[in-house]
Design a protein around this ligand. Structure first.
Ligand code: BEZ
Length: 203
């Protein structure tokens, strides 16, 4: 069954370009798990360099990046070596070699017809719960600004219980949870709010 928002993220124990690892090794951290269609492809190459460029920002947010495709470890190593040699970019995060497609299937990141992984991203919270996911077409590169923005929005909710309004960006006001009783709804109105169901709060 396809993993949904709010589900426990399926555990995996895998081989990666940084050695064997398990999802549970990262308990207490935010995990950005992203799949790419294939090694040695143009859009994916730009994305890997893009993630590498923003690696420290993810790290500062207590987040780890983990790449994934059904290509072999040998292929991943050759590709990352090529990126280093041709573009001068080190890829600092692990890339899973999911040759038997188990991880891809458990996260619904596989195109069964084509036999490759799709372009997807999952954000998993420090308790191992899936909090965010997005899919892009093979020909469309990911927006890393949006992944970081979403991670920060998730963390605002995690840390301060605030939701985020349309087009929120870090530094903008958050939204206080709605009252759950009639009495609290009236309290809001009586305190001068325009409506009982929307109240902003500076962060
Ligand atoms: C790419 O990364 O460039 C790509 C991968 C699979 C299909 C189309 C494009």
């Amino acid at each position: 069954m396809a993993v949904k928002l709010g589900d426990k993220a399926p555990e995996f124990v895998v081989n990666t370009t940084k050695g064997p690892l398990a999802l549970s090794d990262f308990h207490g951290k935010w995990i950005v798990l992203f799949s790419h269609p294939a090694d040695f492809t143009p859009v994916c190459t730009t994305e890997f360099m893009g993630f590498a460029e923003r690696y420290d920002e993810f790290k500062k947010l207590n987040a780890v990046l983990i790449g994934l495709s059904v290509d072999s470890l040998q292929s991943h190593i050759e590709w990352l070596k090529d990126i280093k040699e041709k573009f001068g970019v080190d890829i600092p995060f692990p890339v899973i070699a999911d040759i038997n497609k188990e991880v891809a299937r458990s996260y619904n990141l596989i195109d069964e017809k084509a036999g490759n992984t799709v372009r997807g991203v999952f954000i998993i919270d420090p308790n191992g719960i899936v909090r965010w996911m997005i899919y892009y077409p093979a020909e469309t590169g990911r927006n890393i600004n949006e992944i970081l923005r979403s991670l920060r929005a998730l963390q605002l909710n995690w840390d301060k219980k605030l939701a985020t309004p349309v087009n929120w960006n870090p530094g903008d006001r958050g939204i206080v949870p709605q009252p759950s009783t009639l009495e609290d709804a009236y309290k809001r109105i009586n305190s001068g709010e325009k409506v009982w169901y929307l109240k902003y709060q500076e962060v």
